[in-house]
Every structure is written in structure tokens, then in C-alpha cells.
Design a protein around this ligand. Structure first.
Ligand SMILES: [Zn+2]
Ligand SMILES: [Zn+2]
Length: 345
């Protein structure tokens, strides 16, 4: 190991970050050390910043997990990567020995460690992670766009769970960053995608991306959407709003034998109209994080130009300005995705 000094932004509780000089971490045996290029700010990072997850992260933690970078060092036993190779990290470390892992569901391991929440993350210049979490970038994919692979892989997993097919009518409830990416993946699969959203700026953004939008503040979305689909409703509904009105809408607009995919994290228990599940034989699917193949799909969609995330990146800030980035994200309704640049680009 070298004694290189790097800058790292620590979340230190109560909406504060302190940028500190520390010895570069790792790589330990079986790990890859990465020069972080970009790290996006996730909704989860905002929850941490607001103090909602202090019991889990403590008050001295480097957070951040939506990253891209280049390999800087290989730990003992790592042979499948090269120094200088551009990569992204799938920030999930599983135990390998629980009922979920034994059934092949390592991504929802019952002892799952989320890198950048349960361990130090990527808002630092160098990050060391287990080699099994690293994915090489395909040719022609920029490091700034690659920083969106993690949330895009969430969207790929959601679409896979919901079995979205070409020609299907899909309604995404909630047009924030994840909702937009879910819509983009469904659109790339050939579905007819609409978005329900109340935030005017997000509606404008969705329309600019070519989606039909519905604003529940101005209309009865269930009635309007059902009429627009000839009385059928949505073959697939994604609930990404995390709100009771979103949950009410999801059962109102689902078609017979429709699939509802629960993407949002609901902090409280919403009331769900189970009668509609019975009456229309609706299916509800949970979808959490991603599997390795979802990362492969996200990387390929970006590399092939089937999804363009450039409009999603609404700001890029230096590590020193990380606190102001979080302040703006919690106050500016126009913001989609802010990237922190760690390579001085
Ligand atoms: Zn994320
Ligand atoms: Zn496990």
C-alpha cells in the first residue's frame, strides 16, 4: 500500500460535510482501488444529509455510491482488471451465506452491506471496493455519463421485474430522477410511456424528453389515462412517488392483469386498495436495487446510445463545494442529478 494523501468528504451529522485529508484507503486483498472521477448525489444521500439515517451511518462517514472512475491499484489476488481501466461500482456486498444468498438473490442478501452507506463511499478521491462489485466500462462511454449507471441499473431492474414489453402502455407515477430513468428504459424497450407528476419543472423536463404527462393537481389522472388507453388502463404501473395519492392512483389505472411495480421507499404504511387487486387480477411486484445483469444492461444502453442521460446531469460541482451541492438539491426544484467531480474536470 502507498501512503498517498487524498481528499475525502465526510458527512459529520446535521447537514454538514467536512473535507479532510486522509491516507488513501486500501486496496486490501481482493479489492480494487479506484481514482474516482465523478460521484452523483442520490436521493438516499439527501436522506442521510437531512439526518434521517444517522443511526445507520453515524456522524463520520464518507457517503456516495453513484460513481465512475479508473482503476488505480489492484489488491492481492485481483487479476481481472487493469490499472487505468475505466469502471463503475455496483455498491452491494453480500454475505454469501444466508437464505437469500443461497437462493441466488445476493442483491437482497439478508445481511446486505451497501457501500457508501454501511461502509465509506465515493465522495473521496480514491475508493477501495471488493473486486466482485466492479464493472468495466464498454468502449465509448464517458465517465460523466457512467456516473448515472447506478440509478439507471435500478431502472433496468424495475423494468425487468415488471416484464415491460414493446407496445405496452406504461404509466410512471413520479417524475424525479429515478422515475425519469424508469421511463427511459421502458421507452427503449418499445413501450408507450406516460408520466404522472405534480412538480411543474419536472413536467416540463419530462415533456422535453418526449413523454406524455399527467398532472394530478390539475386533472383526474386515472380517468384521463383510462380514456387515453381506450378504457383499458396501464399494462404496467411504476409507483415511484412514495406518496398515498400515488398508491391510490396505481390501483385505479392498472389494467386487468396489469402489473404494478413498487419502486418507491414508503416511509409509512400506505393504504392499498386490495379490492382492485382481486377484481382486476392485478399483480404487485417489489423491486429493490439491481443484479449484475442490470448493470450490464445499463452500461450497454448508454454505450449504444439507446438512452441519453446528458439532460439528466443538471450540475457538476467540485468536492470542496459538496455541502452547497446538497443545499441546492434540497431547495432547487429544477435540479435532476448533480455530479461531484473528483478528478478536477
Ligand atoms: Zn443511488
Ligand atoms: Zn446473504
Amino acid at each position: 500500500m502507498t501512503d498517498t494523501t487524498i481528499s475525502a468528504a465526510f458527512y459529520t451529522g446535521d447537514k454538514t460535510f467536512t473535507v479532510e485529508k486522509i491516507a488513501a484507503p486500501g486496496p486490501g486483498a481482493g479489492e480494487v482501488q479506484i481514482d474516482v472521477a465523478f460521484c452523483g448525489v442520490c436521493g438516499t444521500d439527501l436522506h442521510i444529509y437531512l439526518g434521517h439515517m444517522d443511526a445507520r451511518v453515524g456522524d463520520h462517514r464518507v457517503i456516495g455510491h453513484e460513481m465512475s472512475g479508473t482503476v488505480s491499484q489492484l489488491g492481492d489476488g485481483v487479476t481481472n482488471f487493469k490499472v487505468g481501466q475505466p469502471v463503475v461500482v455496483r455498491p452491494l456486498d453480500h454475505c454469501g451465506d444466508c437464505p437469500a444468498c443461497n437462493r441466488g438473490h445476493q442483491h437482497i442478501c439478508q445481511n446486505l452491506k451497501f457501500l457508501g452507506i454501511d461502509t465509506n463511499g465515493a465522495f473521496q478521491e480514491k475508493w477501495s471496493v471488493p473486486a466482485h462489485t466492479v464493472h468495466a466500462l464498454p468502449e465509448g462511454l464517458s465517465l460523466s455519463h457512467a456516473a448515472l449507471v447506478e440509478p439507471l441499473a435500478v431502472a433496468c431492474h424495475d423494468n425487468k421485474r415488471a416484464r415491460v414489453a414493446a407496445g405496452e402502455d406504461v404509466l410512471v407515477i413520479g417524475g424525479g430522477p429515478i422515475g425519469m430513468l424508469v421511463a427511459m428504459v421502458a421507452n427503449a424497450a418499445g413501450a408507450n410511456v406516460s408520466i404522472s407528476e405534480i412538480n411543474k419543472n419536472r413536467l416540463v423536463f419530462a415533456e422535453k424528453q418526449g413523454y406524455t404527462t399527467y398532472n394530478p393537481a390539475e386533472m383526474d389522472v386515472a380517468a384521463a389515462y383510462t380514456e387515453a388507453t381506450g378504457g383499458k388502463g396501464a399494462d404496467v404501473v411504476f409507483e415511484v412517488s412514495g406518496s398515498q395519492p400515488g398508491v391510490d392512483l396505481m390501483t385505479q389505472v392498472a389494467s386487468t392483469r396489469g402489473r404494478i411495480c413498487m419502486v418507491a421507499i414508503h416511509a409509512t404504511k400506505p393504504t392499498i386498495d386490495l379490492f382492485q387487486f382481486f377484481w382486476r387480477e392485478i399483480e404487485m411486484l417489489g423491486a429493490r436495487v439491481y443484479e449484475p445483469e442490470d448493470y450490464d444492461q445499463a452500461l450497454q444502453l448508454l454505450a449504444d446510445g439507446k438512452i441519453d442521460v446528458s439532460a439528466m446531469i443538471t450540475d457538476i460541482k467540485a468536492l470542496e463545494d459538496i455541502e452547497s451541492a446538497f443545499v441546492e438539491l434540497t431547495s432547487n426544484p429544477n435540479a435532476m442529478k448533480t455530479l461531484i467531480s473528483l478528478a478536477g474536470e
